[in-house]
Ligand binder design. Structure first.
Ligand SMILES: [Zn+2]
Ligand SMILES: [Zn+2]
Length: 308
């Protein structure tokens, strides 16, 4: 008998973990850099130089991305039948009476081109050629990265885009961000300082993705349309202010994106807040979207209360 037959969820979870870790590697480099919050240092050492220094991490990320893609293909195959992944001749399978038990994980499983062929067979033509080419490119990029070649090691944006594409192709839009937040919140150390404050720290992740691939590209990986004007989210703003810090990131959008809208939706904390339309009186601020307490959500300052 073959024992310990895996479930497809086992593979799916590992696939997600690989992809999230592939992103986290870059995120940690970015966060370390941001800790040097000093204009002089940032001018003398641009972020590009820090990426350049971290090429070995790029390589690890490319390998994790490839691993995530292969494991996803395995999850789809296992959903059909875990036996389709076994490479041994069927005459060698320990299935006849009196044959010894063999653990599934100790048997050889397909990788590379055989895996792709099996994957395409079980998906039965449902995948378009663009997605299949993407999967094949990931495998070739990983081979190049291992040998130190390939232009994708020059700049993190290509790898980050590929990770987000893989996540979105396989699990749908928004999922990469939701799963990344879930992963952080499952940390046993999470929440000891302050649950709400720590929860909204995910805005740093959005900032990092924006810095590396730009908001236009980021838009492909969210269900919500990010093309509108951006505002401070009142929920995130007050939470950060309550700890004596100043929020600089704007991840809230009018919903719907119309001048008459009364609601602001934040893709970071998922909250919807009511807003008022009042012109901001702070010099040089053209804002006219206030929260209910009179904070201008364009400049972050409290405007003349009498005007509300
Ligand atoms: Zn928010
Ligand atoms: Zn203002």
């Amino acid at each position: 008998m073959i024992t310990n037959i895996p479930e497809y969820e086992d593979f799916e979870n590992v696939s997600k973990e690989c992809l999230i870790q592939a992103l986290e590697l870059f995120f940690r480099i970015y966060c370390n850099y941001k800790e040097y919050d000093d204009e002089n240092i940032n001018e003398e050492v641009p972020l590009n130089e820090v990426w350049e220094h971290n090429k070995p991490t790029f390589r690890t990320s490319v390998i994790l991305l490839h691993q995530g893609v292969e494991t996803y293909m395995k999850s789809v195959i296992v959903r059909n039948s875990p036996y389709l992944l076994l490479e041994q001749k069927r005459s060698d399978w320990p299935s006849l009476p009196k044959s010894k038990d063999v653990d599934y994980s100790t048997m050889y499983t397909y990788a590379g081109e055989n895996l792709l062929n099996t994957f395409c067979t079980v998906t039965n033509g449902k995948l378009n050629s663009e997605k299949i080419k993407f999967i094949e490119d990931i495998r070739q990029n990983r081979n190049k990265a291992i040998h130190g070649a390939g232009s994708m090691l020059n700049n993190p944006s290509t790898v980050i885009l590929d990770i987000l594409k893989a996540y979105t192709y396989f699990f749908g839009k928004d999922q990469w961000f939701n799963d990344m937040k879930k992963w952080n919140q499952s940390n046993p150390l999470f929440g000891y300082y302050n649950w709400d404050f720590e929860s909204i720290q995910s805005y740093k992740f959005l900032d990092f993705i924006e810095v590396t691939i730009g908001v236009k590209q980021l838009n492909f990986f969210f269900n919500f349309d990010l093309n509108g004007r951006r505002y401070f989210c009142p929920t995130c703003f007050y939470e950060i202010s309550s700890k004596g810090e100043q929020l600089k990131s704007k991840w809230a959008f009018l919903t719907p994106n119309k001048p008459s809208s009364k609601l602001l939706y934040c893709i970071n904390c998922n909250f919807e807040n009511e807003i008022k339309r009042v012109d901001c009186h702070i010099k040089d601020c053209m804002g006219n979207v206030m929260d209910v307490n009179g904070i201008c959500l364009t400049c972050g300052k409290k405007t003349n209360e009498n005007s509300i």
